[in-house]
Design a protein around this ligand. Structure first.
Ligand code: F6P
Length: 320
């Protein structure tokens, strides 16, 4: 009897719990023992592995984060630690892994495969939406909705005081979250790593809004630009607006997964289990141009993710 172990790695993302549940349920329905690993790669090294119980998955689908918990492991780069992880899997008869995370996590399991021939299936999961080869990563839709709720709330107070607000979103070096939420919130300014910005032309463009009674200015800035504080000062000093900075931070990673994240998680996870049982090993589940498929690790990890050109061009007008 073979076993599949399911784990989450790197930054948590909404949609991980629905995906864990789907992978457990689907494995079981196919006669494969579903195991879960707690604490990501760190837990794999330390043998925090249990047979998945009904209790674990019963109320899991609506919960944010990952009930398996996660980690960013440095120890997994050491061969001796990987060997320890392998021994824990071997003891339990586990010969396949499903991992949710980013390309660093996929690479780690590829090294593990090269050492011990334990195949894996990867599910892209990060609010940054910065994984090459897929248009969608788990957690993005929930994060976008959390951000939009925050911006809408900020807009209420901004308008009440005729203020400018700079709102910093996460996304590491990728501007996807900032661009999409700037567009969906009707922001006036969007500053992201992908687009050069021009403050003087923003100044000219916003003259109307700055002077108009009862108006406000909303700027969405991606954390990767590192200009949120600078822009706040600039709006105060150059544009003469009473300006506040709101750094959204980790609130963006939380929240109950949206319908989209629940469905994407369910579909990615059942496909991941099917891939492993059909000898499609070491593949990454991807969603591209409206279709699900499997990608090779090399076409995903280490490749540059590029935000959809149409989204970028819609945002250009908000950067100048
Ligand atoms: O990769 C997801 C992410 O939330 C990034 O957007 C952010 O830069 C980073 O993780 C924060 O990492 P940590 O949770 O370790 O502070």
């Amino acid at each position: 009897m073979s076993g599949i172990a399911i784990m989450t790695s790197g930054g948590d993302a909404a949609g991980m719990n629905p995906a864990i549940k789907a992978a457990v349920d689907h494995s079981r329905s196919l006669g494969v023992d579903p195991y879960v690993v707690y604490d990501g790669l760190e837990g794999l090294i330390d043998g925090k592995i249990r047979l998945a119980s009904n209790e674990l998955t019963r109320d899991m689908i609506y919960r944010g984060g990952t009930l398996l918990r996660s980690s960013r492991s440095k120890r997994f780069f050491e061969y001796e630690c990987r060997k320890q992880a392998y021994m824990h899997l071997k003891e339990r008869g586990i010969d396949k892994l499903v991992i949710m995370g980013g390309d660093g996590s996929f690479r780690a399991l590829n090294d593990f495969f090269n050492d011990f021939e334990i195949p894996f299936a990867g599910i892209p999961a990060t609010i940054d939406n910065d994984i090459a080869g897929t248009d969608y990563c788990l957690g993005v839709d929930t994060a976008q909705n959390v951000i939009l709720n925050c911006i809408d709330s900020v807009r209420d107070t901004a308008r009440s005081h005729h203020r400018a607000f700079v709102i910093e979103t996460m996304g590491r070096d990728c501007g996807y979250l900032a661009m999409t939420t700037a567009l969906c919130s009707g922001a006036d300014i969007c500053i992201v790593p992908e687009i050069p910005y021009d403050l003087e032309s923003i100044y000219d463009r916003l003259q109307g809004a700055i002077k108009e009674e009862g108006s406000c200015v909303i700027a969405v800035v991606a954390e990767g630009t590192r200009v949120a504080q600078y822009l706040t000062r600039w709006l105060t000093e150059r544009a003469g607006m009473d300006t506040r900075l709101t750094v959204l931070g980790h609130v963006q990673r939380g929240g109950s997964p949206t319908a989209r994240d629940r469905l994407m998680g369910t579909r990615f996870a059942t496909r991941a289990v099917d891939a492993l049982l059909n000898d499609e090993i070491n593949k990454i589940m991807v969603y591209r141009d409206g279709l699900y498929s499997y990608a090779t690790l090399d076409s995903v990890a280490g490749q540059q993710y590029a935000v959809n050109e149409e989204i970028v061009s819609l945002c250009r007008g908000l950067s100048r």
